[in-house]
Design a protein around this ligand. Structure first.
Ligand code: EPZ
Length: 465
């Protein structure tokens, strides 16, 4: 299509977009440091609203989602000061009981704050978190649980309004059964129950390590919680919590992502620390079945070696201690190069297979029917421009790029930056050929054709040994 000079002048200027350029074929070696767990940091920040004194959270990852949660907490009247990898949080004067829609809608974990706020103030207004790329993400279990704890909860024009009638404005302990072991609902209700009158029992609770981390954090503030990590959690309410200085657990999903990166890149041999091996049992078991050598080198250090051909394995995502849904996309990337047919069943979220199309653009052979993906191993992947659709899909595309022939350019990095701290720096320190670059994107969102070929990484990868 020819456009006139004046039309060209009227066009909005091209904008710049960050992308990752990855040249595949480089083995990984050395040691990588695992950051604090995103899904702990976010809920522990919410739980800090329970405490009327300043407290310190350590080992907090530097992530976009953590920044967003800090903004939300500030909007409620609390203060959040960042100091290296620590946060000083002070919710002594939270007055506001409602958070702004534009912030909450971007961060599902912020909805969990409804528990601490209504427990602390007797009233909370939180916008319903929108659905996201991976599913509808309802909050009915959170709402039903708060009602069981004695809160009146109305949903009006997308705002969840929870309030406790009566002079006391204090929640009352209850026995709550969760239809499904929802991580967020378990966390919201456990936080709410810490200040309730009497005892709360949560049955069919989520057992994820982040739930245990939250319980340990609340107990360090004086809460009385037993059974976290099992299906039944018992909380005895107290009147008030006190300050604490608490270190967040290492991120098991980031660790799992690096283990898979080691497995897919031939002749890799590196260690990860700190990790909690017990958080990675399912992932470790499946990696060994595929043919990667995964070992525990020290109480908080794991090692991955890839020297053998990869073979197909079936995966079914389940609540902890089953195979984590947050590792499904990354593992699928690995299985695209595993000989034979692998069947991946995603049972936790209804729309978490969107990375299939992008992996197939790289030469993978994956067919999807409902929540099942059948992956037929292929001899190689080819680098290509790809677009990330959600957080873990972006990690899967990086992993595929590390093994593909040629250069892969990954767009949609806002997803990746939500959940991975300096991923490209960490991978480059292990020997990967990966860089973050800016490309010109035309107003219609199409990258200028020069962007891919101009990558300084565009060099032949080392010959495979
Ligand atoms: C947490 O989300 C994590 N996020 C997710 O990690 C993780 O994938 C998920 O748990 C499962 O492990 C955070 O911790 C911030 P759920 P959450 O409630 O709590 C249904 C990542 O990539 N459900 O356990 O929202 C729900 O639809 C993110 O780091 C209800 O039906 O997950 C889903 O099908 C993605 N009603 C299932 O339960 C409810 O009230 C599990 O969801 C709540 C959930």
């Amino acid at each position: 299509m020819v456009i006139t000079h004046s039309q060209y002048q009227d066009m909005p200027p091209a904008v710049q977009e960050s992308v990752l350029n990855v040249v595949g074929g480089y083995p990984l070696s050395g040691q990588v440091r695992v950051s604090g767990a995103k899904n702990s940091a976010l809920v522990l920040m919410a739980a800090s609203l329970l405490c009327p004194q300043e407290l310190c959270l350590r080992n907090v990852p530097n992530l976009a989602d953590v920044e967003r949660m800090a903004e939300i907490i500030r909007s409620l009247g609390a203060s959040v000061v960042k100091a290296d990898d620590s946060l000083l949080l002070n919710a002594s004067n939270i007055g506001q009981s409602s958070a702004p829609y534009d912030l909450v809608s971007q961060l599902r974990a912020s909805f969990f704050a409804i528990g601490p706020i209504v427990a602390r103030l007797g009233e909370a207004k939180m916008p319903l978190p929108g659905g996201c790329a991976i599913g509808a993400r309802p909050v009915d279990l959170h709402v039903r649980g708060l009602r069981a704890l004695g809160a009146d909860v109305q949903i009006d024009h997308g705002i969840v309004h929870a309030y406790v009638r009566g002079q006391q404005k204090r929640l009352t302990g209850a026995r709550i059964y969760l239809d499904c072991p929802s991580v967020g609902a378990t966390e919201t209700l456990m936080m709410a129950a810490t200040l309730a009158e009497g005892e709360t029992i949560i049955e069919n609770a989520a057992q994820e390590p982040e739930v245990v981390d939250l319980a340990n954090f609340c107990c360090s503030m004086g809460a009385k919680i037993r059974g976290a990590g099992t299906k039944t959690i018992v909380i005895s309410g107290v009147r008030e919590l006190h300050a604490t200085d608490y270190g967040i657990v290492p991120d098991r999903i980031e660790a799992g992502t690096f283990l898979v990166a080691g497995a897919i890149t031939h002749s890799s041999d590196f260690t990860l620390t700190p990790v909690v091996p017990a958080h990675l049992t399912a992932v470790m078991t499946k990696l060994r079945s595929v043919g990667a050598e995964v070992s525990i080198e020290a109480p908080n250090t794991m090692r991955v070696v890839s020297s053998r051909p990869l073979t197909a394995v079936d995966i079914e995502t389940l609540p902890f201690p089953g195979f984590p849904t947050d590792m499904q996309a990354q593992f699928m990337a690995l299985l695209t190069l595993s000989e034979g047919n692998s069947v991946i069943t995603e049972t936790v979220f209804e729309n978490r297979l969107r990375h299939v199309a992008e992996l197939n653009r790289m030469g993978a052979d994956i067919r999807v029917k409902g929540n099942i993906a059948v992956v037929r191993g292929v001899p190689f992947l080819s680098g290509a421009p790809v677009l990330a659709t959600d957080l873990r899909a972006s990690a899967a595309l990086v992993i595929a790029g590390l093994a593909a022939q040629g250069t892969t350019q990954i767009r949609g990095l806002h997803h990746l930056d939500r959940g991975y701290e300096k991923l490209e720096d960490k991978l480059r320190n292990l020997g990967a050929c990966i860089e973050r670059a800016n490309i010109d994107v035309e107003p219609d969102g199409i990258a200028s054709s020069a962007s891919l070929t101009n990558s300084p990484l565009d060099q032949p990868a080392p010959l495979k040994p």
